[in-house]
Ligand binder design. Structure first.
Ligand code: 4AD
Ligand code: MG
Length: 477
């Protein structure tokens, strides 16, 4: 007898064939109808168990969450709601799930409740749909780059450098906390640590990716990155996955073109390959938003929103233009911004980014040419001497989804910048070597994978789009 996944059975519908399927019970109605799901699709398979033909003790073991193997002929369904069903001839119970203690019951659970049960939440419709979309997006990322001449590069997870210069890093050490060796002046003596120096978890693979772009031409990274920022927001994680393409001979315009094409391509893939999950997630979002006041609801339904991104060009606006728009905006004049915009040079907060995208332009926006002093050291200085070739892609409902730049390829300019920021040049000797030997214009960007999953699934909290979120005061599981 052939074993099928629920997805295969519903797609092929081999009516009359005796089939076998494994899965978990979603519901068991009238001691007769099992809705079985195996994770392969959002849809369940109905299995009809004629209780007259089965042992009562077996039937007692069937409840929500139990794992079963059911076999029997696939037949056209008599009832409404499904086209086919299995007429169960044999039922094997892999494992039971006591309804008294199994937390995932067939009723609505809040996302907060499910976060505490992160090891079981993937058995719900919402989380299984989100995680299938996440998987599809990851595949689309690799497919896009592999088809466009990029090589997948693996930067180190443990590094001795701080790529973003922000200093919010997790230290990696094997020194004993109670017994740390000290130097003569009382500081921790990291020369006695595992690596013989201070090390941390990477905040970005960019600097190492640059070295590879300057040999392989076009590379991308896709891996976990770590930030010890104490941000308890719905957009921040302490451990998140980042995609960082880096390209030799690309200027900022080419970099922006790539970011736009890449994003549109992976969303197209999801629209084409995750239709059932997106339809479910769209409905979930509509239900969730019913309880919100009208002005906080999305203007577009989920699938329409994804199509909008795919079909429309992103609006490109310089930082200077954006500041003018913000300064003269209604919320700024009415003092509605928590951080009022008074002058050129102000760092943009997410309230400003979202105003530009959601209220002013009503489409994705790429802001470029930011003030040098609010951006990282490696960004290429413009002729004006005060702005850098930086770009951020801003998305509706999300804010910043991509951050990138053209890199400073001129040795002297980079050295001056490093000195001005008080960064130890010796730490970056290898990075500076790139500017000494065969330097060239090059660019890249970083896309926060979870923020993209949030956008594609319509989930409001980033903690619900990664299997085991890491955030301040939480490292359960
Ligand atoms: O803007 P960021 O900090 O840029 C970099 O790390 C550059 N080295 C990228 C590059 O040019 N290669 O981070 C890039 C993106 C952000 O736009 C955001 O989407 C995401 O990473 N991100 C986070 N996502 C979740 N949680 C956090 N704490 C994040 N911090 C950044
Ligand atoms: Mg950024």
């Amino acid at each position: 007898m052939k074993s099928y996944s629920v997805k295969e059975l519903l797609a092929k519908q081999p009516i009359g064939e005796s089939v076998e399927v494994n899965g978990w019970v979603k519901t068991f109605r009238s001691n007769r109808f099992v809705a079985l799901n195996d994770g392969s699709t959002i849809h369940n398979l109905q299995c009809v168990i004629d209780f007259e033909n089965f042992d009562e003790n077996l039937l007692k073991q069937i409840s929500t969450g139990a794992a079963l193997k059911i076999s029997g002929p696939l037949v056209e369904s008599q009832g409404r709601g499904q086209s086919v069903e299995i007429q169960a001839a044999d039922v094997f119970v892999h494992g039971t799930a006591d309804p008294e203690t199994y937390p995932i019951q067939p009723k609505k659970h809040s996302l907060e409740f499910l976060r505490e049960k992160a090891h079981l939440r993937v058995r719900t419709n919402t989380f299984s749909a989100v995680m299938r979309v996440r998987s599809a997006l990851a595949f689309a990322v690799h497919q896009y780059f592999q088809q466009n001449g990029f090589y997948y590069m693996h930067p180190p997870i443990i590094t001795g450098s701080d790529a973003e210069g922000a200093g919010e890093m997790f230290r990696v050490t094997t020194l004993e906390p109670q017994n740390t060796p000290l130097t003569e002046d009382g500081a921790v003596d990291y020369s006695q640590d595992f690596f013989g120096k201070e090390t941390n978890l990477t905040v970005s693979g960019q600097l190492e990716a640059e070295t590879y772009a300057m040999g392989l031409g076009k590379v991308y990274t896709f891996g976990p990155t770590f930030r010890a920022e104490n941000s308890n927001t719905s957009r921040h994680l302490a451990e998140f996955w980042m995609i960082e393409p880096e390209m030799a001979f690309y200027d900022l315009d080419a970099n922006m073109d790539l970011a736009e094409d890449f994003i549109q391509s992976i969303l197209t893939y999801v629209l084409e390959n995750c239709k059932d999950d997106l339809e479910f997630l769209e409905k979930r979002l509509l239900d969730e938003e019913k309880s919100k006041p009208q002005n906080e609801r999305s203007e577009m339904a989920l699938i329409e929103k994804l199509k909008f991104i795919v079909d429309n060009n992103f609006k490109r606006v310089s930082y200077t233009e954006a500041i003018d728009i913000l300064r003269n905006s209604k919320p700024n004049k009415k003092k509605k911004f928590q951080f009022p915009i008074n002058e050129w040079g102000a760092d943009l907060q997410s309230e400003h980014e979202r105003f530009l995208v959601e209220k002013h332009f009503k489409c994705p926006v790429i802001l470029f040419d930011y003030p040098a002093n609010i951006k990282a050291f490696y960004m290429r200085l413009n002729e004006d001497g005060k702005t850098v070739r930086a770009m951020d892609v801003l998305f509706p409902g999300i804010g910043e989804i991509v951050g990138g730049s053209q890199r400073e390829e001129r040795l002297e300019v980079l050295q001056q910048k490093i000195k001005a920021l008080d960064i130890d040049e010796k730490e970056l000797w290898w990075y500076l070597d790139l500017r000494r030997f065969g330097t060239a214009v090059h660019s890249g960007f970083g896309l926060g994978f979870e923020r993209m999953v949030q956008f594609a699934t319509g989930m409001g909290n980033i903690r619900d789009v990664i299997p085991y979120p890491r955030f301040p005061q939480n490292a359960e599981f």
